[in-house]
Write a protein that binds this ligand. Structure first.
Ligand code: MG
Length: 169
C-alpha cells in the first residue's frame, strides 16, 4: 500500500560532450558500435547521471555535483554503477523505507541507433534498482541533425522517477 502523501517525482538531465575514439557506456552497457564517447571526469554514463539527479531531486537531496564533485579524486573514473550505489545509500540514509516505483528515461543521441541496446540497458537499470523490467522505460531519440546532439557533438539524457519515501506503510 502506497500513501499518496509519500509519493515523490524527480527529474534529472545530463549532457556530455562527445569525442571520437572514446567508449560510450549507458547504464553499464558498452555501446560498441559507437565511434564516439563522452568526455568526462567519471565514465560519463550520462543516463545514470540523469537518473541520480532524478533520485536526489525526488528526495530533496541536492544534485550529483554536490555529492560526487568532479574536483574530488575519489570519483575520478567512477562508474555509473558506483555513483548510483552511493546515491541509493544516501537516499536510504534519509528515507530507510523508500522504494522506486518506476523510471522513464530518454537518451538523445544522433548515432548509432540505440535500438539493439535498449533492452540490455533496461535490464541493467532494473537490476540495479531492484525493479521489474516493466517499471523501467528507456527511449531513444536523435537530434534531427541539429546541434549539439544532431551534429554528433553531445549526448543528452532525461530521466523521470516516481518513488515512495515510505514503502512500508
Ligand atoms: Mg554527467
Amino acid at each position: 500500500m502506497v500513501s499518496l502523501a509519500d509519493l515523490r517525482v524527480g527529474l534529472g538531465l545530463d549532457r556530455h560532450r562527445l569525442a571520437k575514439g572514446l567508449p560510450l557506456v549507458l547504464a553499464g552497457v558498452t555501446i560498441d558500435s559507437s565511434e564516439r564517447g563522452p568526455e568526462a571526469h567519471s565514465d560519463g554514463d550520462v543516463l545514470v547521471h540523469a537518473l541520480i539527479d532524478a533520485l536526489l531531486g525526488a528526495c530533496g537531496l541536492g544534485d550529483i555535483g554536490e555529492h560526487f564533485p568532479p574536483s574530488d579524486v575519489q570519483w575520478a573514473n567512477a562508474s555509473g554503477e558506483a555513483l548510483l550505489k552511493g546515491t541509493l545509500q544516501l537516499v536510504r540514509e534519509a528515507y530507510p523505507a523508500f522504494q522506486v516505483i518506476n523510471v522513464d528515461a530518454t537518451i538523445h543521441l544522433e548515432a548509432p541507433k540505440l535500438k539493439p541496446y535498449k533492452f540490455p540497458v533496461r535490464e541493467t537499470l532494473a537490476k540495479w534498482l531492484d525493479l521489474p523490467i516493466s517499471c523501467v522505460s528507456v527511449k531513444a531519440k536523435t537530434g534531427e541533425k541539429l546541434p549539439p546532439v544532431g551534429t554528433l557533438e553531445a549526448i543528452d539524457a532525461q530521466v523521470a522517477v516516481l518513488l515512495t519515501l515510505n514503502a512500508s506503510c
